[in-house]
Design a protein around this ligand. Structure first.
Ligand code: SF4
Ligand code: MG
Length: 311
């Protein structure tokens, strides 16, 4: 709710102005139990930062993360410990998130030890069950990450995230580093696991194809703000010029689609344009867009858009 994350940069010279990077700039949304909510945008849009704030890997500058209506920042030590079990994050790069010197068995046992779950035998059983759940087996127990393929490594990362039986998982570019054929396998695995363990997913990706395939609802982020949000079918007919441009950069077989082509780069988060943050790249820009910040319009109860064209 109303999340902001600003990073203050030290002044380069004593007389120069202090700059701040506005990574997340007033983001609010609600995740519903059992759904897959997609956060999509170009790099630098603030989607990863939003995900990391939600699991409280980093602290927001202001705003709240509410879990079942309760402010996570006000949790006591015990509540926080329970919360840490229920909420997990899976990162893009399985090389970086797996300790190269530890076996798969150790990697999967460590969270159980930290959270004091089961005795050794019970842990062994849980580890083997989890390996089967992610399409691996006992033969992987003694292997090291470098002995695995990219897809196998990502399966181990997923197993490590799910071994505590969380309720909610943030998947940050969870398949982006994989070959397309392996991507589909991992996405299908994540779907199956979601069903089995009744998981709620926050799925962060720059890849619209993947998000459309995988998610129930989607929020499109640009320079730290959600510019459009709706169900997957709402976003089949995108309303915000930025979403339109993003969607038309997906290659289609239909040559008759009217394309909106994005020009230029995303401005720096330390110099967000006045008015509508997208106005420097928008093909529909009007004079007022350069000064006046657009408000959020509810096109339907699910579908919202932040753009003066809908005033
Ligand atoms: Fe484009 Fe103006 Fe809408 Fe921003 S508010 S997206 S600049 S038309
Ligand atoms: Mg990212």
């Amino acid at each position: 709710k109303n999340l902001y994350k600003y990073y203050h940069m030290p002044r380069k010279k004593f007389f120069s102005k202090e700059t701040s990077i506005k990574a997340v700039n007033g983001v609010s949304f609600t995740l519903r139990k059992g759904e897959t909510f997609g956060l999509v945008g170009e790099s630098g849009s603030g989607k990863s930062t939003t995900g990391e704030i939600i699991v409280q890997l980093i602290k927001q500058t202001s705003g709240q993360v509410l879990y079942k209506g309760k402010d996570v920042s006000k949790f006591n030590a015990l509540q926080l410990k329970v919360w840490r079990r229920k909420v997990q994050i899976v990162f893009q790069d399985p090389y970086a998130s797996l300790n190269p010197k530890k076996t798969v068995q150790w990697i999967l046992r460590e969270p159980l030890i930290i959270h004091k779950i089961g005795n050794r035998r019970e842990q062994d059983k849980r580890i083997i069950d989890m390996l089967h759940d992610v399409g691996l087996d006992e033969s992987f127990l003694k292997r090291y990450p470098h002995e695995l393929s990219g897809g196998q490594r990502q399966r181990v990362v997923i197993a490590a995230a799910l071994i505590l039986h969380p309720e909610f998982v943030v998947i940050d570019e969870g398949v982006s580093a994989l070959d397309v054929s392996v991507q589909a396998q991992i996405l299908n695995l994540l779907k199956a696991l979601q069903k089995k363990y009744r998981l709620t997913y926050l799925f962060i990706s720059h890849d619209l194809n993947v998000v459309q395939y995988f998610c129930d609802r989607i929020a499109v982020m640009y320079l730290g703000e959600i510019v459009e949000m709706g169900t997957v079918s709402d976003l089949d007919e995108p309303k915000h010029p930025y979403t339109k441009a993003l969607f038309s950069s997906i290659p289609t077989r239909d040559v008759n689609t009217s394309e909106t082509v994005l020009s230029g780069e995303v401005p720096s988060a330390s110099a967000i344009p006045e008015g509508c943050p997208f106005h420097t790249r928008c093909p529909f820009v009007q004079e007022r867009c350069k000064h006046e910040k657009p408000v959020k319009h509810e096109l339907t109860t699910e579908h919202t858009v932040r753009c003066h064209l809908y005033d």
